[in-house]
Design a protein around this ligand. Structure first.
Ligand code: UDP
Ligand code: MG
Length: 316
């Protein structure tokens, strides 16, 4: 395989039901693209420790198209972003496109991203034209998006969407990062000098189940805020200062009241409400600190980020 122009990186986790359809649409789309542009491509599938037949299906596909297919098989599940990371470390293209295996991103849209990259951008994200997800999910992710953007200064309109193109220089910068838990599009955004976004079509998951729940959506956003910014900590210390001033004022007020009106024993439940509110704040602060400490802990353990069982590729 000579150095291809275009690398497609696809993480695969328990996708046995949808892979055949993916192949049937992905390869013709890329073949058409490469004839019209005269550019070569490679597809890198990263099997993220699937517990179904995905690995076997990828092996078969590699036999079918060894000229343009490479397969990385993980020994265990390491998460979608580590799978993409492994793909990045092994890809050779000048333009690298990531895609979900579940066909929620139509492979026919890859050309649109490439065209935008050709205009001189080093990172092209995509926005799904019509989200097929439920109304609540769309709303929830919009609201969290806004908060995250405020905190991290990372502008990604449609963060749940992995159909994105990166230049070689951005991918090289990502490869030099040793983070154990990260979110690739956000990391790329911090390295990109000239990012852009295009609108693409969006489809219902072709088959199988989504691996993400509402809980993991919240988790992801929390990870983004603590992983890419110290603002939550700073906000929390500002809040601490405000609360201290408030309680100092209350203290002075109570002293004066005591001197003028004498001792009091009422207002017991107001006191409870106040105390519980402050305890709640303190617990939130401890939790927030824990998030950062957890990140530091993961990082200092220096465990391998993923374990590769096998790599299928044609030797040059
Ligand atoms: N994925 C993965 N490892 C995981 C979870 C997911 O490689 O631990 C892959 C999955 O096969 C798919 C992509 O990441 O190609 C996105 O996953 P999914 O469709 O479940 O997420 P959603 O589209 O619901 O955000
Ligand atoms: Mg999906």
């Amino acid at each position: 395989m000579s150095r291809p122009m275009l690398s497609i990186v696809i993480p695969v986790y328990n996708e046995e039901a949808g892979l055949a359809t993916l192949f049937a649409r992905l390869y013709p789309a890329l073949d058409a693209l490469s004839t019209s542009l005269g550019e070569s491509y490679e597809i890198i599938f990263v099997n993220d420790g699937s517990r179904d037949r995905s690995a076997a299906i990828l092996r078969e596909q590699y036999q079918q198209r060894p000229d343009v297919t490479r397969v990385i098989l993980f020994a265990a599940n390491a998460g979608q972003h580590m799978a993409i990371m492994a793909g990045f470390e092994h890809c050779q293209g000048e333009i690298i496109v990531t895609l979900d295996a579940d066909l929620q991103n139509p492979p026919e849209e890859i050309g649109k991203l490439i065209a935008k990259m050709r205009e001189g951008h080093d990172y092209v994200g995509s926005i799904r034209r019509k989200r097929q997800d439920s109304l609540f999910r769309t709303w929830a992710s919009k609201a969290m998006n806004r908060l995250r953007e405020k905190i991290t200064r990372i502008k990604i309109t449609d963060q749940g969407n992995m159909l994105r193109a990166y230049s070689r220089s951005v991918v090289d910068a990502i490869n030099s990062c040793k983070e154990v838990s990260t979110f690739i599009p956000a990391l790329a955004y911090t390295f990109a000098r000239n990012p852009a976004e295009v609108i693409v079509e969006h489809e219902e998951r072709a088959a199988g189940e989504s691996n993400y729940t509402l809980y993991s959506l919240i988790r992801l956003n929390f990870d983004l805020m603590t992983g890419f910014s110290l603002v939550p900590l700073q906000w929390f210390s500002m809040l601490g200062i405000l609360v201290s001033f408030g309680s100092a004022a209350l203290f002075v007020l109570l002293i004066i009241r005591r001197l003028i009106l004498g001792p009091e024993a009422e207002g017991l439940f107001t006191l409870f409400a106040l105390a519980f509110f402050l305890i709640g704040l303190a617990l939130f602060g401890i939790g927030l600190l824990g998030e950062y400490i957890g990140r530091i802990y993961q990082q200092v353990r220096h465990r391998p980020r993923y374990l590769v069982e096998a790599i299928l590729e044609k030797k040059e």
